[in-house]
Ligand binder design. Structure first.
Ligand SMILES: [Zn+2]
Length: 151
C-alpha cells in the first residue's frame, strides 16, 4: 500500500469506523494541478473492474456545492454496508470530491479556474462559455481530471 493510500485509509477509517467491512479499495487516485490528492474508493481494485461497467459516482465537481460531496459520502457509506455476504451487490467506483481544490476554496471552478462540468470533450465543445457563470478551459478535456475520468 502506497504512503498516500495509507493516509486516505486512515482518514476514512476514522470517518467510517467499523463500517469498512467489505473489500473496498481506497486510494489516492490522482492529484490536482496544485498537488492535492483526489481520493477514490471502489468495490474492487480498478484493474479488476475493467469490462465490468461499474457504477461511477462523482461528488464535488463544483467546489461550491458541498451537498454533492455529502451525498457521495453517504452513498459510499451505504455501498460499504449493502453487500451480500461481504460481496458488493454491483461493481462501483466513488470519488466523493473530484474538485478538491475548489471545494477547499468554496469556488465552482478548480485552482486553475476551470469549470470541470464544462470541460468534458464533445462534438459541440467550444471555448466560448454559454453563460457568464461558466468557466471554460482552452480545449476540451484540457484539465487532467477530465482526461483521467474519461480514460
Ligand atoms: Zn454543479
Amino acid at each position: 500500500m502506497a504512503k498516500n493510500e495509507n493516509a486516505v485509509s486512515a482518514f476514512l477509517g476514522a470517518v467510517y469506523g467499523g463500517f469498512l467491512a467489505t473489500p473496498t479499495r481506497l486510494e489516492c487516485w490522482k492529484k490536482t494541478a496544485s498537488g492535492t490528492p483526489i481520493s477514490l474508493a471502489s468495490s474492487e481494485p480498478l484493474s479488476e473492474l475493467k469490462g465490468k461497467r461499474p457504477i461511477l459516482l462523482f461528488g464535488g465537481v463544483h467546489g461550491d456545492e458541498p451537498e454533492g460531496v455529502r451525498l457521495a459520502e453517504e452513498t459510499l457509506r451505504s455501498l460499504l454496508i449493502w453487500t451480500r455476504d461481504g460481496i458488493p451487490l454491483a461493481p462501483w467506483i466513488v470519488i466523493t470530491c473530484l474538485n478538491v481544490d475548489g471545494y477547499k476554496a468554496n469556488t465552482r471552478v478548480n485552482a486553475r479556474g476551470v469549470d470541470l462540468n464544462r470541460n468534458y470533450p464533445s462534438k459541440d465543445w467550444s471555448s466560448k462559455a454559454d453563460a457568464p457563470a461558466t468557466h471554460q478551459a482552452q480545449a476540451p478535456a484540457a484539465n487532467p481530471k477530465c482526461k483521467a475520468s474519461l480514460s
